[in-house]
Design a protein around this ligand. Structure first.
Ligand code: 5GP
Ligand code: ZN
Length: 144
C-alpha cells in the first residue's frame, strides 16, 4: 500500500494523528472532519496514498464508492437530516488542500447557508458537439 510520511491523512491511517473514525475496512477509512462545514461532516479516504481521484486505480475507487450509500445513510440517520452533498475537490483550483483523495459527506439543513453559486451557463452553437467528440475520443483512449 502506498503511503507518504508527510501526508496528514496517511498519518491518520497509521494512527499517528488521532481521528474520530466511524468506519474502517481493508481499503478505506471514514472519519469526522476536524473543521466541519456542518455538524456530522465526514471524510472518506482510501487507506493508501493517492492524491487524485482521476488517477486512482478503478478497483480502489469502486471499494470507496461502494461504501458511500451506507455512510451517507448513516450521516442522514445520525444527524437527522434529509440530504447531503458528496464532494471531491481535486487540484488547487478546486480547493484541494490535503493531497490524499477524500470524499466529503456534508449533511445539509434548511437555511444552513452552505452551497456555492450554481451559475448554469449556455453553450454557443456547436460547442456541445465538439466537447462530446473530444470526450468520447479521450475516454476511448484512456487507460484504466
Ligand atoms: P480539502 O479542502 O482538501 O477538500 O479538504 C480537506 C479537509 O480535511 C478539510 O475539510 C479539513 O477540515 C480536513 N482536515 C484537515 N486536516 C485534518 C485532520 O488532521 N483531521 C481531520 N479529521 N480532518 C482534517
Ligand atoms: Zn496520504
Amino acid at each position: 500500500m502506498l503511503t507518504d510520511p508527510n501526508c496528514i491523512f496517511c498519518r491518520v491511517v497509521a494512527g499517528e494523528i488521532p481521528a474520530a473514525t466511524v468506519y474502517r475496512d481493508a481499503n478505506i477509512l471514514a472519519f469526522l472532519d476536524i473543521g466541519p462545514l456542518s455538524d456530522g461532516h465526514v471524510l472518506v479516504i482510501p487507506l493508501g496514498h493517492h492524491e487524485k481521484l482521476s488517477e486512482m486505480p478503478p478497483k480502489l475507487a469502486c471499494a470507496l464508492a461502494a461504501e458511500l450509500p451506507r455512510l451517507a445513510k448513516a450521516a442522514r440517520a445520525v444527524t437527522g437530516t434529509e440530504g447531503f452533498n458528496v464532494l471531491v475537490n481535486e487540484g488547487k483550483v478546486a480547493g484541494q488542500e490535503v493531497k490524499h483523495v477524500h470524499f466529503h459527506i456534508v449533511p445539509r439543513r434548511p437555511g444552513d447557508g452552505l452551497g456555492y453559486r450554481w451559475n448554469a451557463g449556455k453553450y454557443p452553437e456547436g460547442r456541445i458537439e465538439q466537447l462530446q467528440a473530444e470526450y468520447r475520443e479521450t475516454i476511448a483512449k484512456g487507460s484504466r
